[in-house]
Design a protein around this ligand. Structure first.
Ligand code: CR6
Length: 818
């Protein structure tokens, strides 16, 4: 029975009654179902639509306000936004979660099931895409008028299935039944042009360039509102979908060529069909370049239209707009902005360049050479002939200036040029982004230092002072408050409710680090979270793990530099050691792995198979029962992360030093009370600085030592293996087929790789990693001390809030008030 708004009901009861009425109305009038017949998905849609109504009012109100007050806007251009599920986020940030839970409860519906019915919006590969999602939430929270611009992929990151231990990829279909969160803006559609040729004309002695494209695709806008904490602000995430300019070639269709008649439509729509399935490797695919230009051009046309509508001309653009390039994926925006200013608005070159280079800034997210984006000139010219002309021009001016300022260093020119002349001529998008931006930032202190010393060393000399550091952050709303309500409740009690708005107050927890009562409560919360994860393991994999074991977690994309393999080598060594010495004081462990490998990344996929083969052997060996289990949880995504992170005891952050730009999973895990075992890489260093040396397990070579060993060429992998009997035994076991009796040579390529080249220096770090793991055992066996260290971790993670990161971007890069 619906409650009515009668006198005498409390505000809370009234709010529940209203929520109930709203959900029922949506179920009936929008979903078109009788509640009695509704599925979980129907309930999800009805609930989401009811929640969205609240958002929409705030959304439109905010748009009106920022239009009126002429505030500077931030445009965050990113090919990836890894948002995950939105229902809890929206309800929680609007402080409606309890009300909606109660409303659904009254209707006999469990909100947990409704939550689970929402597909993840997996429009990103990993850290970079998730960072963009955290940043959107923080910008809304801080009241920064911001637009996120990206692509509305029909298919997000593939669904991973593990079959006989091997990864298989299946398309992900989050839009199959539509999504209740977005608004289609069919009036916001732009022409995106490709190909053709450029005509040069001289008008009044001034050369003019007229681009005659050979193809036009439409970009259609879809807006998803992003809600800030306490509903303070709502900003749009505007994602573009590709449509053919002509939906069907009717003449062909009428001639009977029904498929051919749709081929243009298929070619155009392909642009927003699938998320590019790569994490940190740039394969030079034409479709990828089409995607990049497609969303950049639509976004710039859109923001320029808006600017002109409000301010009348483009000269004031740098004062009213800051455009952030999330990695080089949108770097073609530098050329597109110049094209629009020069060709469409007839500005002079130096005016256009002043506007462009004082509006853009660029974030670099990796220094891995194979991940630095470059395009073969012929491909780029075929797709974007006018842009190539502009880039040549930018490059000429840039090289001329460099020559003048560094007359005695001709070799500098080839290193700072946008065109790479080696190995076929290629466009270096990192150089373009750097040259066209007023500020360039790295994503952790170490990464920024390395940018200055390596990839951008010469550009940093030519344009000194442009590089800044902005260490990444995470939104605490999703990664603490929503995913770990037990811990959040305790923090509110111990540190005060204001902790929800001022994360720095978490520090107060540390005053109680030695209090046995608090330790017990923290341990109890962790255990409850682990029990939830145990159930997931049993449901998905069909075996049990014990919640009292140490949950040792490595969850991230599968990549050789992240060294899941190092963890597996240690797992095998531990397995051997337990069997040879069963009575020793081993900390009972569950090794938990999750993560996807790029579909074409053969080596990473073989490591997934190795993890699964080791799991099979270890989990079926009664001699290590109760001491060691290995779990590979398939299809890692944001929702699964929300379950694993609060349940983790140990966080594996073991990349080769110098290779992980920052990491953000490391922050989420430490905030939830997992202790880190890690190298001095990326943001691990800053985590160590915050939590203190005694509360983190650091091992391995430093970035400088890695470089030094590479330079010296010694010790070699052979030397390292010779020096470590344990490592030798592990390599012999894996290489000899102990874990793959059905195919003894299966893992030979992995082991041969380690013995010969060992590019990621596993053999250098193995012994030190093993020793660090034994320090982990030792601390685990002293539960009070372990929990104390966990408390100190939680208490000192406030600095890693993305609100802090975004406030720094706002003040130091975008120059917008917070
Ligand atoms: N793979 C970095 O490798 C960083 C994120 C976000 C990455 C990772 O260390 O935390 O970006 N880089 O800054 C790229 O995607 C290019 C990542 O997610």
């Amino acid at each position: 029975m619906l409650q009515t708004n009668t006198a005498g009901t409390s505000d809370y009861e009234q709010a529940i009654a209203e929520a109930k009425a709203a959900i029922i109305a949506k179920m009936t009038l929008s979903v078109g179902k009788d509640p009695g017949y509704a599925t979980d998905r129907d309930w999800f849609v009805a609930t989401a639509l009811a929640a969205r109504d609240r958002v929409t009012h705030r959304f439109l109100g905010g748009k009106r306000a920022s239009k009126a007050d002429g505030k500077k806007r931030v445009y965050y251009l990113s090919l990836e936004f890894l948002i995950g599920r939105q229902l809890t986020d929206v309800l929680y940030n609007f402080e409606l979660y309890d009300i909606f839970r109660a409303a659904l409860g009254d209707l006999g519906v469990d909100i947990e099931r409704v939550r689970e019915a929402e597909p993840d919006a997996a429009l990103g590969n990993g850290g970079l895409g998730r960072l963009a999602a955290c940043f959107m939430e923080s910008m809304a929270t801080l009241g920064i008028p911001a637009y996120g611009y990206g692509i509305r992929y029909d298919h997000g990151l593939f669904r991973q299935v593990i079959k006989d231990g091997w990864q298989q990829e299946f398309p992900e279909t989050w839009l199959e039944n539509g999504t209740p969160w977005e608004f289609l803006r069919s009036d916001v559609t732009y022409d995106i042009r490709f190909g053709g040729s450029v005509e040069t004309k001289t008008v009044n002695n001034v050369p003019r360039f007229i681009w005659h494209p050979s193809e036009v695709v439409h970009a259609v806008a879809y807006d998803t509102p992003i809600v800030g904490w306490r509903g303070s602000n709502v900003n749009p995430l505007r994602l573009w979908s590709a449509r053919a300019a002509d939906p069907i070639a009717l003449s062909l269709f009428n001639k009977g060529d029904h498929v051919g008649a749709l081929s243009d439509q298929a070619r155009s729509a392909a642009i927003s069909k699938v998320l590019y399935p790569s994490d940190e490797t740039a394969a030079g695919q034409e479709l990828r370049l089409r995607q990049e230009y497609f969303f950049v051009s639509a976004s710039l046309q859109d923001l320029i239209n808006r600017h002109i509508r409000i301010y009348g001309d483009l000269y004031s653009l740098p004062d009213r707009a800051a455009i952030q390039l999330n990695d080089t994926h949108p770097a073609v925006a530098i050329a597109e902005m110049m094209r629009i200013l020069l060709d469409d608005h007839n500005l002079r070159w130096d005016e256009a360049w002043r506007i462009t280079s004082s509006t853009f800034s660029y974030t670099n997210h990796t220094l891995l050479p194979e991940a630095l984006e470059t395009w073969p000139l012929p491909l780029f010219e075929r797709l974007l002939p006018r842009h190539l002309q502009i880039i040549y021009f930018i490059n000429n001016l840039h090289l001329e200036a460099t020559k003048k300022n560094f007359p005695n260093e001709p070799e500098l020119l080839s290193s700072v040029s946008i065109i790479d002349e080696r190995d076929g001529r290629r466009l270096r998008m990192g150089q373009l982004a750097f040259i066209g931006s007023h500020t360039i930032n790295g994503v952790s202190a170490l990464h920024t230092d390395l940018m200055k010393e390596t990839t951008f060393r010469d550009l940093n000399r030519v344009y000194p002072g442009r590089i800044q550091n902005k260490t990444n952050g995470i939104t605490f709303r999703r990664w603490l408050q929503q995913s770990n309500p037990g811990l959040t409740k305790l923090l509110c009690e111990v540190c005060g409710e204001e902790v929800l708005d001022k994360p720095e107050l978490i520090k107060r927890l540390e005053e109680h680090a030695d209090d046995p009562a608090l330790q017990q409560r923290i341990a109890k919360i962790k255990r409850a979270n682990k029990v939830v994860l145990c159930k997931i393991v049993t449901d998905r994999l069909g075996f049990r793990v014990e919640a009292d074991s140490l949950f040792d977690v490595q969850i991230k994309r599968q990549h050789e530099y992240k060294r899941q393999l190092l963890n597996l080598l240690e797992t095998v060594a531990l397995y051997d050691a337990i069997r040879s010495n069963p009575t020793a004081d081993w900390a009972p462990r569950v090794k938990i792995f999750a993560g996807k490998a790029a579909a074409s990344y053969v080596a990473a996929k073989l490591i997934i198979k190795l993890a699964n083969d080791i799991a099979k052997t270890v989990n079926n060996d009664p001699s290590v029962q109760g001491k060691l289990k290995v779990v590979f949880l398939p299809n890692y995504n944001v929702s699964l992360a929300e379950k694993i992170i609060p349940a983790a005891d140990l966080s594996e952050q073991i990349s080769t030093a110098g290779m992980e730009a920052s990491g953000t999973g490391n922050m989420k895990l430490a905030l939830n009370g997992a202790l880190t075992i890690g190298t001095l890489d990326g943001a691990n260093i800053e985590i160590k600085d915050n939590v203190g040396d005694d509360n983190i397990f650091i091992f391995g070579l430093t970035a400088a030592e890695v470089e030094e060993r590479k330079r010296a060429g010694a010790p070699t992998a052979t030397d390292n293996i010779a020096a470590s009997p344990m490592l030798r035994q592990v390599l012999d076991a894996i290489g000899g087929g102990v874990f793959s009796p059905d195919d003894p040579n299966r893992f030979k390529p992995i082991i041969d790789g380690l013995r010969s080249q060992d590019r990621y220096m596993l053999t250098d770090d193995f012994d030190s990693y093993w020793a660090a793991q034994r320090r982990v055992d030792e601390l685990w066996n002293q539960p009070e001390k372990w929990t104390r260290a966990a408390i100190v971790n939680i208490a000192n993670m406030a600095w890693f809030s993305s609100d802090r990161t975004i406030a720094e971007y706002a003040e130091q890069i975008w120059k917008v008030p917070v």
